[in-house]
Design a protein around this ligand. Sequence first.
Ligand code: HEM
Length: 482
Amino acid sequence: MTAHTAHSSHPHSAAPAAPLPPGPRGREVFGVLRRMRTDILAEMERMAETYGDVAYVPIGRGAVFLRGHEAMRHVLVTEQDRYPKADVFQLFRPALGDGLVTSDGETWRTSRRMVQPMFAKRHLGAYAGHITAASTEAVDRWAVRWQSDVVAIDQAILTVGLDTVGRALASHDFTRDAERFEDAMGSSLTEIREMATSPLTHALQDLTTIGITRLAQWTTPRRWRRYHEAVEVVDEMIAALVDERLLNGHGDRDDLLRLLMESTDPDSGEGLTRKQVMDEVKTLVAAGHETTAHGLSWMFHLLAQCPEAERRLHAEVDAVLGTGTVLTVEVVDEQLGWTAACFKEAMRVIPPVWHLPRRAAVDDVIGGYRIPAGARVLPSIWATHRDPAVYADPTVFRPERWLGDEPRLRPRFSYLPFGGGRRACVGQGFAMLNATILGATIAHRFRFEALPGTVASFEPTITTRPRDPLFMRALPRVSTAS
Ligand code: HEM
């Protein structure tokens, strides 16, 4: 850890005098680029260890890698107007339209004003019921099929994760067509990743003013076509959900889709159009299900290496679920503290979203270094969560870190699985509820054993997706609750 500090600065006086941040130069740059293509997560950590919290790679208009709570606060909060979301988010537009993740300016502000209240605590109670139902049905199905079998837990949890989100959002059982939906969603993300990291697209982006989506159409036309085919599948499924409501009304369905379709903008008094509703539903499903599911899969992977934490988890879930307690928001808050701590710690060691791509709109200074206007800015959640200045033994999974006063004593932005500032995750309360209920329901019925030689490997799109199926042995459990 270096002694650099990020601070607000006056752009006119300080910017020209400050030097560029340290980083690879000359031929070293090729090594960095090569390693970034094979393992961007390790490379982000290596860069911070080698050059410090602010590192600069001279490619195109410059790429700035950031680690640590001070730099995070600077880019995401105090100076957030200088760091809009990176152009790469434009590539999500065909899939997610003008929903919260992709929009900007007034469109984003209006959306956020309407969507945020739907995640308020008073609505979480209804979602808890949906999440519990979907989780319980899933483990019941697994219990019939899994007798100490080796299973790809990431796939299984992704399907039930889609179901919990789908039910809370739209009272819809996605498990019937989960495979089709996930294939389409998964292939959209893969194509986006490949288009976003295409060296030709990158080079042209830095040389021209042509937008990234048009460049992607030109440089990777086959990927662009496959992407659009996948988008059509998702669109068709979401349109069916929305149109059914328009036709039949909401009935007694108590879900987010209802809130969305009934809400009006407090300023204009207007409701959302069909397209706006569709864009938000697609955005919430896309942003909500894979993140939570991967977080949970990694949690079980980490728990398998930590028997003491696992034993404590089993004792907690047996005491609550084994006695038939209904999982309300209050029960989750008061009685599933260790389960939540395990999930939080899993998100620290392997954050579901590993970085927050931004662009420097104007010249700036971070930690005494010049950040040139136009540079790509990559605040790394991954490297920040492994900052040895804040976390002792940073790679060790230790859920105790999230109990008692310890979390409050750590700097505010040293832990940011949900981002920060005004673009922070709108669904974080829901995500914690969802992960805790689903995680507890699974842990109550199964424990997962690692297979010898399994190492975590990632295909980092926006999320830390496992590169290969995460195979584990699923052992049915008998509750120890009396
Ligand atoms: C463990 C689960 C989750 C994680 C780790 C996570 C993480 C994040 C992060 C890091 C961001 C900020 C992205 C940026 O600033 O570039 C974000 C934004 C967002 N998340 Fe989540 N998320 C999770 C679950 C959810 C859920 C369950 C939903 C909704 C159902 C959701 C909806 C959104 C939306 C709509 C945004 C964009 C917000 C905006 O720009 O106004 N997320 N999420």
